[in-house]
Design a protein around this ligand. Structure first.
Ligand code: AMP
Length: 282
C-alpha cells in the first residue's frame, strides 16, 4: 500500500471505505498504465472533490471490452508506478480488483447502449462499448460516487457514458476533461508504448491532419483533406475518419452546429484514436 492512500482490492473493502467518506466522491475509472493524461484527470478530480471530499481511482483492465484479437493480455500493467501516479495526483483510494472479483462465472446481465455505440469505434470494435458500459455501471454501483471524470480523448465513450447515466438515472455528475497531448501533439495514450521509434515520430502527423482540416468549410472537404494527409504517412492504415455531431455522433451535415472530427488509425501494432472539436463557423 502507498502511504496515505487506501489500496482496495475487493468490492466489500470499497463499500466499507465509502461508508466513511463525506462530501463529494469523485471517481476516475482507468485501465492503469497511467500516464500524464490520466494524472491530469486525477488532479482535475482532486480539484472538484476539494479538501473535504475524496478521489477514488479504479485500475482494472476490463476483459469484456476487448475483442478476441485485441491486446487484453499484452496490455501493460505496471501497478507500482500506477499507485505512485495516483498518490502524487492526490487520490485517496485506488480500487484494483481482479477479473474474478468483478465477474462471477455464469454472468448474463450486460448494459448495452444501442445508438451512439453503433458509429465510429463501435463499428470496428464489436461489443466494446457493451463491455465499457457494463463495467462502468458496475463500478458506479460499487463506488457510488457523486461525480465521475472521463477524458475527451475517448469522445465516443464520454458521450455514451453521459447517455447511460441519463437513461438509467445514475445520480452521478459526469465531467469531461480535455485531451492531454505530448509536446508534438500526439494524444497521450497507454498504447503509445506499442509504437517503434519511427512510428512514434510519424504519429503526431495524425493530429496535424485533423487540425489542418478543421478550418475547412464543409464536412466533405474536411474528410477528403484528412484522408489525403493521413494516407501520406508511411505505414498508416485508416480505420475511420468521421466528422460527427458532438452530441449525437451522427454524421455532421454542415458547420452550423458543434461537431467533432474523429479518427482511428493503425500505425504498426497500435490503433491510435484521436478527435478534435469542430466549432460552428459563423
Ligand atoms: P484508459 O485507462 O485508457 O481506459 O483511460 C482512462 C480514462 O483516462 C478515460 O476517461 C480516458 O478518456 C482518459 N484518458 C486517457 N488518455 C487521456 C488523454 N491523453 N487525455 C485525457 N484523458 C485521457
Amino acid at each position: 500500500m502507498v502511504s496515505g492512500m487506501k489500496y482496495l482490492q475487493t468490492i466489500d473493502a470499497v463499500r466499507r471505505w465509502r461508508e466513511g467518506c463525506q462530501g463529494k466522491i469523485v471517481f476516475v475509472p482507468t485501465m492503469g498504465a497511467l500516464h500524464h493524461g490520466h494524472e491530469t484527470l486525477i488532479r482535475h478530480a482532486r480539484r472538484i472533490a476539494g479538501k473535504g471530499g475524496a478521489v477514488v481511482v479504479s485500475i482494472f483492465v476490463n476483459p469484456i471490452q476487448f475483442g478476441p484479437k485485441e491486446d487484453f493480455s499484452a496490455y501493460p500493467r505496471p501497478i507500482e508506478s500506477d499507485l505512485e501516479v495516483c498518490r502524487r495526483a492526490g487520490a485517496n483510494a485506488v480500487f484494483n480488483p481482479s477479473p474474478e472479483e468483478m465477474y462471477a462465472n455464469g454472468r448474463s446481465v450486460f448494459v448495452d447502449e444501442d445508438s451512439l455505440s453503433t458509429t465510429l469505434c463501435g463499428r470496428s470494435r464489436a461489443g466494446h462499448f457493451r463491455g465499457v458500459c457494463t463495467v462502468v455501471a458496475k463500478l458506479f454501483l460499487i463506488v457510488s460516487p457523486t461525480h465521475a471524470v472521463f477524458g475527451e480523448k475517448d469522445w465516443q465513450q464520454l458521450a455514451i457514458i453521459r447517455r447511460m447515466v441519463g437513461d438509467l438515472n445514475f445520480p452521478i455528475k459526469i465531467i469531461g476533461s480535455p485531451t492531454v497531448r505530448e509536446k508534438d501533439g500526439l494524444a497521450a495514450s497507454s498504447r503509445n508504448v506499442y509504437l517503434t521509434p519511427e512510428e512514434r515520430s510519424l504519429a503526431p502527423k495524425i493530429h496535424d491532419a485533423l487540425v489542418a482540416a478543421s478550418h475547412l468549410k464543409s464536412p466533405e472537404s474536411i474528410l477528403r483533406a484528412v484522408v489525403r494527409d493521413i494516407s501520406k504517412i508511411p505505414g498508416a492504415r485508416i480505420d475511420y475518419v468521421e466528422a460527427v455531431d458532438a452530441a449525437t455522433l451522427q454524421p455532421l451535415k454542415n458547420r452550423a452546429t458543434e461537431g467533432r472530427l474523429a479518427s482511428a488509425v493503425f500505425l504498426g501494432k497500435a490503433r491510435l484514436i484521436d478527435n478534435i472539436g469542430l466549432p460552428p463557423l459563423s
